[in-house]
Design a protein around this ligand. Structure first.
Ligand SMILES: [Zn+2]
Length: 508
């Protein structure tokens, strides 16, 4: 069996004594290390004999008992940036250092060792080595590995209870915030059961039934009569159910006094941060992720029994899918600012479990070595600081009939790059569907534009889809000291349930 579901116990990897979570002696660590080295030697011998196989995907997960953290957390804040590869985190820190006089708050947690736990996490879903956002969020949301594109259901469409339902039934407040449509896979993975993540009209309706306290992000089209396939006006239904419905950045002030709130700040996903910051109309009407998060914390923290808040930087994933370097990096910056907002909230408290992570890698961008002794790379990378728009903005006004010089002008305005006539012609070919790259996924217009840009920025990509990378995780607050250094995705569900002391509500 290649993948073991969470419900199968691993007695051998769950030490019976809670003592093993703390106060390890030097001597016992020495024994552990020797045992580890021995096992490594044995397994490499087995590998050379072709005997490797079985449960390798999960056997290494370090599950530890959670009984000692029972009910220690009043609040849980779960921050996810969607689709962040290692290169995204690295380049964002480098961009901030070179052009914004600061370092990444996320990377600073490492620099300052300001965490209670740091780990790699294995995000494997039930049916593949590469996860989608729905299965990834569901692994945290219900504690089970499930098939890609489903939301908190087993392959036969039997629902699992979600963390939002569990926490809600225990009397805590629940909030979901995203820069993607709020009906998108990641927020839905914390509180929705659906056979297909794409059933977003139904997801919006299920949110109404489940009465979560706060929903903020994009995706108005799945709530309005004009946008929904059934032409039902869900915003009125939400208002009738006691929700304050917010449609613009200036409405955010109302969240604090609202009993419940539904914030829908764009028809689909919120615009990329680089466009939001530079286009006046968007700046006025669309809040940043940090602003939504601050408003959410202000409201949820009034709740006597505490809260669960999930926040997603949703469009880093989209920037990666479309190889949109500036779209990607500035949305990562916006997520990083949100980390600062939340660190500010938890700074003086010891009752809040904070998790910061991503759900999978995506297209694995990186700054490549260029030039003699690689000395061209920094100046090439610096060109990204002169980008004024996302690639999404470039394509919005272009189509297969666009003239070559029109393509050049639009790229020049958005990126401050004078691409050649030959490069613009190739992009036109790609838009006409007449370009074929040796690696087929690199044939799309967005991949071709990014490959052209790579000649100027030295940032390039492996493809345009998710990757199987183990993801970084940092955590702090009650319960986080029980997180091992290699974590199975489903373990975070148990950590949340036990640390919040809501296990009694987990079985329905
Ligand atoms: Zn994705």
């Amino acid at each position: 069996m290649a993948f073991t579901d969470h419900s199968d116990p691993h007695p051998s990897s769950r030490p019976a004594s809670p003592d093993s979570t703390s106060g390890e002696s030097e001597a016992s660590r020495g024994v552990d290390r020797r045992a580890f080295l021995k096992r490594t030697a044995l397994s490499s011998a087995a590998l050379s004999m072709g005997l490797w196989g079985g449960d390798g995907a999960t056997a290494a997960a370090s599950v530890r008992p959670r009984a000692d953290v029972q009910g220690e957390a009043r609040n849980i804040i779960f921050l996810v940036v969607d689709g962040m590869s290692q290169g995204t985190l690295t380049m964002t820190d480098q961009l901030l250092q070179r052009h914004h006089d600061r370092t990444s708050h996320w990377v600073d947690l490492y620099r300052e060792q300001a965490y209670d736990a740091k780990a790699f996490m294995d995000m494997t879903p039930l049916n593949s080595l590469v996860t989608g956002s729905a299965a990834a969020a569901s692994s945290w949301g219900c504690g089970h590995r499930i098939n890609n594109t489903m939301l908190n259901m087993d392959p036969d469409e039997n629902p699992y209870r979600t963390i939002c339902q569990i926490v809600r039934d225990a009397g805590k407040a629940t909030g979901l915030v995203s820069t993607a449509r709020i009906t998108h896979a990641t927020p839905a993975g914390f509180g929705i059961n659906m056979p297909q993540r794409w059933m977003e009209d139904d997801i919006a309706a299920q949110y109404l039934e489940r009465e979560y306290d706060l929903l903020m992000g994009g995706g108005a089209r799945h709530f309005t009569a004009e946008g929904r396939d059934d032409n039902q006006d869900l915003t009125t239904a939400f208002a009738d159910a006691g929700y304050r419905v917010l449609r613009s950045r200036s409405d955010l002030g109302e969240v604090a006094s609202a009993e419940k709130a539904l914030g829908l700040f764009f028809d689909s996903h919120l615009p990329y941060e680089i466009d939001r910051r530079r286009i006046d109309r968007l700046q006025r009407t669309v809040p940043s992720l940090a602003e939504m998060t601050e408003a959410a914390l202000g409201r949820l923290n009034q709740h006597e029994e505490g809260f669960l808040l999930h926040v997603e930087g949703g469009r880093v994933d989209h920037g990666a899918h479309s190889n949109d370097t500036a779209g990607l990096l500035y949305d990562q910056v916006a997520f990083d600012e949100t980390i600062a907002t939340v660190l500010n909230f938890v700074a003086d408290r010891d009752d809040t479990l904070l998790v910061v992570t991503t759900d999978h890698g995506n297209a694995n961008p990186g700054l490549n070595a260029i030039g003699d002794r690689y000395e061209d790379s920094p100046a090439m990378f610096d060109r990204i600081a002169d980008f004024r728009r996302s690639n999404e903005w470039i394509f919005r006004e272009l189509d297969e009939d666009s003239a070559v010089d029109e393509i050049q002008e639009r790229v020049a305005f958005a990126c401050n790059l004078d691409i050649s006539t030959g490069q613009a012609s190739t992009l036109k070919q790609a838009m006409q569907g007449d370009f074929e790259a040796v690696y087929q996924p690199r044939s799309s217009p967005s991949a071709v534009l990014s490959a052209i840009q790579a000649n100027y920025t030295a940032v390039n990509w492996t493809g345009s889809m998710h990757t199987s990378d183990y993801v970084p995780l940092v955590a702090m607050g009650p319960g986080s000291d029980t997180i091992g250094s290699f974590v199975r995705n489903t373990e975070l569900f148990d950590l949340m349930v036990d640390t919040a002391g809501v296990r009694a509500h987990a079985e329905g």
